[in-house]
Design a protein around this ligand. Structure first.
Ligand code: PLP
Length: 430
């Protein structure tokens, strides 16, 4: 970055790329190529042996993806990042980069449903045990830890409860025991920088706010470069012992000339190489377009969401509104500690007349889109009891924070008057 700045508004426009070295193009070009010509056989073998870093094949690295990776790394204050094909791929890689069959990790119960399924079922198939604990008690992470625990995992602002995760409290416990905290910061980019609070790794579904346009599915893993893997070497054999898939490389040793990037380098040259969940250069370009306005959009999202929460909390047909701006006690304290510049744009509310009212409300909306997504620039709504959570029993729905009359909104950046008008007319119609 030739322009040095600590400000997110500047970082997202300038970090990691100035202009194209071949054409001087100011916009990051879409390097839509599978492969890169080697200068000679020595150059090729240097690249494969990691004696020299450079482009080999787009499944493993690509200059458009690289610009996105560098920008998000700068935004988070990390050491390096890896772009992958989806948020799900990002969380899968974040765990499998540390855990083998027989290992475990401790995770918050408050998770996106897709992540829950991945952890409870698919990773179990690989012999990796997810230990679910209640995030309201940080000490639960310590209690669930044993010699085979490889990492902790949580979301910054998990819906539907929207209780901000105690990042520093759990990161501190992890650092005492030699365990890195991985934070999914999908719902709170710019508002929260988990690495500053002691997290070691940040995961994103870029599909949501980072894109904002709702055109592309993607994910990112950011390595904070702030965790001493060698100090707890026995916990991380994948990083600290010879890797048979890479002629015996020991990743914590191999990166010594490059910086504290053992975690993310291993992820790129082994997991991404083998599993192939790469982000396409075109999608990386789309995310770069979104990223450039992310700080501005997050501000507008948050302002609108706080106003919508206030409006709904005064409405006679609404019994409860869930948004950090309306919380008090410990939860409000956590929101104020970890979120800067707003309380996020996810918002839940409960209708007095239950399931039918929830369904009718969604059907009456004119501007809000009825979709199973969050983080779009447009306002979105869904009725979880009849959609995302409909496979669960009513008891399990309630345990996950979804009552029959619960509606989830992802507030967009339209004019607030139009957002409130649409909510108002939909509520009038139920
Ligand atoms: N993490 C969170 C918090 C999410 O909300 C989602 C998707 O909704 C994901 C991860 C998964 O992301 P993707 O759909 O890009 O795979």
């Amino acid at each position: 970055m030739t322009v040095q700045s600590q400000h997110p508004e500047t970082i997202v426009l300038h970090a990691g790329y100035r202009s194209d070295s071949a054409t001087a193009a100011v916009a990051v070009p879409i390097y839509q190529t599978t492969s890169y010509e080697f200068k000679d056989t020595q150059h090729a073998s240097n690249l494969f042996a990691l004696r020299e870093l450079g482009n080999i094949y787009t499944r493993i690295m690509n200059p458009t993806c690289d610009a996105l990776e560098q920008r998000v790394t700068a935004l988070e204050g990390g050491a390096a990042a890896l772009a992958v094909g989806s948020g799900q791929a990002a969380s899968t890689f974040a765990i499998l980069n540390l855990c083998s069959a027989g290992d475990n990790f401790v995770t918050s119960t408050d998770l996106y449903g897709g992540t829950w399924n991945l952890f409870a079922n698919t990773l179990k198939q690989f012999g990796v045990d997810a230990r679910f604990v209640d995030p309201s008690d940080p000490e639960a992470f310590r209690r669930a830890t044993d010699a085979k625990t490889r990492c902790y995992y949580a979301e910054t602002l998990p819906n539907p409860k929207l209780n901000v995760f105690p990042i520093k409290e759990v990161a501190d416990i992890g650092r005492q025991l030699g365990i890195p905290l991985i934070m999914d910061n999908t719902a709170a980019p710019v508002l929260c920088r988990p690495l500053q609070h002691g997290a070691a790794v940040v995961v994103y579904s870029t599909t949501k706010y980072i894109g904002g346009h709702g055109t592309s599915v993607g994910g990112l893993v950011v390595d904070g470069g702030n965790f001493d893997w060698e100090a707890h070497g026995e916990r991380f054999p994948l990083l600290t012992t010879p890797d048979p898939s890479y002629h015996g490389a020991v990743w914590t040793e191999a990166v010594k000339p490059l910086g504290p990037i053992a975690y993310i380098l291993r992820m790129r040259v082994t997991l991404l190489r083998d599993v192939g969940a790469a982000m396409s250069p075109f999608n990386a370009f789309m995310f770069i377009q979104g990223l450039e306005t992310l700080p501005l959009r997050m501000r507008a999202h948050c302002e609108n969401a706080t106003k919508a929460a206030q409006y709904l909390s005064r409405h006679p047909k609404v019994t409860r509104v869930i948004h950090p701006s309306l919380q008090d006690g410990v939860m409000r304290h956590r929101a104020d500690t970890y979120l800067r510049g707003g309380y996020g744009a996810l918002l839940g509310f409960e209708l007095k007349d239950g399931l039918d009212a929830g369904r009718k409300f969604i059907d009456q909306l004119k501007m809000f889109y009825h979709v199973a997504n969050i983080g779009d620039a447009r306002s979105l709504a869904i009725h979880p009891a009849t959609t995302t959570h409909s496979q669960l029993t009513v008891e399990d729905q309630l345990a996950s924070g979804v009552s029959p009359g619960y509606v989830r909104l992802s507030i967009g950046i339209e004019h607030i008057d139009d957002i409130l008008a649409d909510l108002d007319q939909a509520l009038a119609g139920i």
